[in-house]
Design a protein around this ligand. Structure first.
Ligand code: ZN
Length: 413
């Protein structure tokens, strides 16, 4: 296992329940500090989530899964998909599946394959970004206009949305939370309303390092999008009664952020699948496919905090989000991008390490002020929250500057 020399006497406190010893995967550039995906509506300031598992052989679960992908009988998996689709395909003019997305390369790819390769009739549904980028909005339009899809977009009460986004930053330093909530919860609720039994997301979350057992099933676990009762819900890290009593919000204001009702889902046959379980999913191929078939365009410039131009580019708050993961977990956007590309053989580990060293944690200045003005959070307050979010076991201040104690480029291989 690649591990930094860490004297136990020198052990610093770890925030967020993170492992106190930092270690990196020997194949990619991810560390054991990366939190696994977790039901967003259970996220509180004191939550402790599982993090990326790195085995005794020094290989992380995401890389291990990637190796296993070579042995997956993809032809048989596609047969499984065809059977599922044959069962649900409708030719009476109704929709037979839902593809959630905002017109990024993965949702474009999924919807297009389902409609034009497999003869399905998808309704695309969108929980729009907090603040569209111009090119992100253009990609969304192209998805519908060039790709050829019907779409339902859910536009929220802007006052509530700004408040919840600001509170998620203040309480959890999590600018992206309101987006994640809607992105996971909207489609199952619309499926119930419109009686559309199939939902297709793209890649399984396990590709990026959730428990590896989750890759053995095509269905998304209900715990991600269903609730049994309101008491288990936290939004922006706060329980519902606090949001209603202290901030004057009503249950109706919060409704669209909540997951679908567990009992209602149980009473129907709605299934949430990952298309990436059935078809081999490579982000770069999804990108080329979307360019060819739906007019998808990358950014004209490099995304702040990384070297790439086509991943998650439709929301102005995205750059902020990855900046906060860098502060909290020591992993910025270049770490995420490079790890994925190393696994797909588009980069060597050495190149990945160099890119992380160069770009990770770059201050997200391009859209920062605009986003903060929109959610009415002063810049000084944001910087103050960032300062407090750095876990002592990851960060040290030397001559007035923050430095990672154990960066990947200093890790022993
Ligand atoms: Zn790895």
């Amino acid at each position: 296992m690649i591990q930094n020399i860490q004297d136990s006497a020198d052990q610093q406190a770890a925030y967020y329940g993170l492992p106190t010893r930092v270690c990196y995967c020997k194949k990619c550039v991810m560390s054991n500090q990366r939190p696994s995906s977790y039901p967003e509506f259970k996220h509180t300031a004191s939550r402790i989530t599982p993090t990326l598992h790195i085995g005794e052989d020094g290989v992380c679960d995401a890389c291990r899964y990637n190796e296993r992908k070579r042995d997956i009988p993809w032809a048989a998996r596609e047969e499984e998909l065809l059977k599922l689709l044959d069962l649900h395909r409708r030719n009476d003019g109704e929709y037979d599946c839902i593809v959630p997305g905002s017109g990024g390369k993965d949702s474009v790819y999924a919807a297009h394959l389902l409609k034009y390769k497999y003869g399905m009739h998808p309704l695309t549904v969108t929980w729009p970004p907090i603040m569209y980028t111009d090119y992100g909005y253009q990609n969304f339009r192209n998805w519908l206009d060039v790709g050829g899809f019907d779409n339902l977009s859910f536009n929220r009460n802007g006052r509530v949305h700004k408040l919840l986004t600001r509170l998620a930053i203040e309480n959890l330093l999590h600018p992206f939370q309101t987006f994640i909530l809607g992105q996971k919860n909207l489609a199952p609720k619309l499926a119930l309303k419109f009686k559309i039994p199939l939902i297709f997301y793209g890649e399984p979350e396990a590709e990026y390092g959730n428990a590896i057992a989750e890759t053995n099933v095509s269905l998304r676990d209900k715990s991600y999008y269903a609730m049994a009762n309101l008491d288990e819900i936290h939004l922006a890290g706060l329980p519902i009664p606090e949001l209603t009593e202290k901030y004057g919000l009503t249950l109706n204001d919060l409704r669209c952020y909540l997951p679908a009702d567990h009992q209602e889902l149980e009473a129907t046959r709605i299934e949430v699948h990952y298309l990436g379980y059935y078809l081999r999913w490579t982000p770069q191929e999804a990108y080329y496919y979307s360019v060819e078939h739906a007019g998808f365009k990358a950014r004209q410039f490099r995304t702040e905090g990384t070297y790439s131009k086509y991943n998650s580019i439709d929301d102005k708050i995205d750059d902020l989000h990855y900046y906060t993961t860098y502060l909290k977990f020591g992993l910025g956007r270049a770490s995420y991008d490079a790890s994925q590309e190393i696994r797909n053989n588009h980069l060597t580990r050495e190149e990945g390490v160099a890119l992380v060293k160069r770009f990770d944690g770059e201050y997200p200045s391009r859209y920062l002020q605009e986003v903060l003005d929109y959610i009415e959070l002063p810049l000084e307050r944001f910087n103050e929250l960032c300062e407090k979010a750095r876990s002592p076991h990851l960060w040290t201040k030397q001559t007035g500057e923050w430095r990672l104690r154990y960066p990947v480029w200093e890790a022993e291989v």
